[in-house]
Write a new protein. Sequence first.
Length: 232
Amino acid sequence: MDNQILVIEDEPSVGEVVQLYLRRAGFSVSVAQDGLKALELLESQLPALVILDLMLPGADGWEITRRLRARSDVPIIMLTARRSEIDRIAGLELGADDYVVKPFSPQELVSRVRAVLRRTHPLGEDEAETPRQQVLEYDGMRIDPQTRLVMVIGEEKALTAKEFDLLYLLAQHPRQVFTRDQLLERVWGESDYIDPGTVTVHIRRLREKIEPNPAEPRHLQTVWGVGYRFEP
């Protein structure tokens, strides 16, 4: 299913346009116009990526994201007319990988799909031999890139794909400060089409999962006016 995209969109004209441009780009596309039907499809087989409207009959996009994130890290791009900052942050907090506001450019959407798939695609054999694959251990924390498991004081922490990649990059370079743009380039593969707030949201979620006190982070530290660093 590496090339399969599921578009969940109740507006036929929007679904047709998205389907057309994605197929021209070489993807195999399925479209669901109802939230409950989409959940049935997702139960039977997971695609490589989901493009998801929020306002849907049957089950809305929020509910679909919650259910999907409870069992899978399949990439999700929310495509919606809801343009407020609160909605965008809520979508990212819930587990969306990107958030696109209508009206939108179909070509840009295709670029975002490619960018998300690049950063979530498994590493190739050549990359598996690089230092990036080394297990990292810091003060009760163990980060294993081959199994993609993170253990903190013997307890396994469930991270999404992007949360793991972000943590691993920072932990690979202890005390080095990364700007949000640098993190977008290194972890997400792009910075032009992705809201820089995505980094802030993922850092917040990581702190909630790995820090004893997220309000006073020990490892994932903010360098005000610059970016973030990992303190070993």
